[in-house]
Design a protein around this ligand. Sequence first.
Ligand SMILES: CC(C)(COP(=O)(O)OP(=O)(O)OC[C@H]1O[C@@H](n2cnc3c(N)ncnc32)[C@H](O)[C@@H]1OP(=O)(O)O)[C@@H](O)C(=O)NCCC(=O)NCCS
Length: 304
Amino acid sequence: MLKLLIANKNELSKVLIFAKRYRPDITLPWLSKWIDKIVVAKENGKIVGAALCSFGDETFIHFVTANTWENLVELVRSLLDTAFKTGSTKIRTFIPANQINLQISLTKLGFEFEGILRKSMLDADGKFIDVISMCKWSPAILEIPIHTTEPLEFYIRPYKSDDYDKILELSKDAFPGEDPFEDAELIEEISKEDPELNLIALDSNSNIVGGIFAWEWSPRNAWIYLLAVLHSAQGHHIGTSLLKKLEENAKRKGVIRLQVDTDADNFPAVLFYLKNEFEFEFREIAVPNRKGRNVDDVIFSKSI
Ligand SMILES: CC(C)(COP(=O)(O)OP(=O)(O)OC[C@H]1O[C@@H](n2cnc3c(N)ncnc32)[C@H](O)[C@@H]1OP(=O)(O)O)[C@@H](O)C(=O)NCCC(=O)NCCS
């Protein structure tokens, strides 16, 4: 069990180590100005985490880090409780664009990508770097489905027109409630232009288990229209293998960049793209989707 306490002056240099992991621009003089608002998490008297928040209508987390994932969750949970109980509607934080692991941790805690601020923070070498803004609108920390890792045999090949019904099956499974024909029709069309960028994965009985479908929408720039893995086959790195094969084929065609969009709160997909070295580009507000609801969309890209 963690003990959460207000930091004292003698602890500032230890807190700085935690703060810098989150935001390299933070300095000791800056930290000392906030001494009465810094929370330290202690285990057996030892500092194992630290956080600084400005609570308000919109709460801002200056930094929050801990030595383990469990301690980080406990610390964040207590900040979220305080923020939402005292009337906050939103929690925001800024982190360096190159800190993918931090972005993964925050996504797992239910934070969404909100925007990017160009050259807005100093890194450890004093250079200006891009900053990502991430937000959370509710105190709940989502349970993201468990990832399985048992081996599953599959192979990948280009999509053919005969596979039309397989796409219907895949789309129905991966995007329940949406119109599978829209996917199948578009894939039929784009696969004619770029057969190497439209790939499906099949199991040893030739049942479809996944697919990735892209087209070169502008010179040297390919857009991934759809990536889906059957629910029962998720977690076996089929998505990663499809993406790798697509990257290989795209590179051969002279493509240098891949782009993709997904619902801002599709946490498994966001985690998938971050894990596969995609970077957040921007958030598009209230995009009408095929279920008829307006959802925000986030766009990621990767240089290949
Ligand atoms: C997103 C999707 C394609 C991932 O496919 P997958 O084959 O299950 O993913 P992989 O096994 O290759 O996962 C690669 C990495 O992504 C991350 N990831 C993928 N799914 C995750 C999940 N549910 N929870 C947490 N992390 C996840 C993990 O970091 C994983 O690496 P790890 O297993 O080494 O930790 C699949 O979940 C899917 O089809 N979802 C429904 C359709 C969809 O949302 N498509 C994307 C919209 S554009």
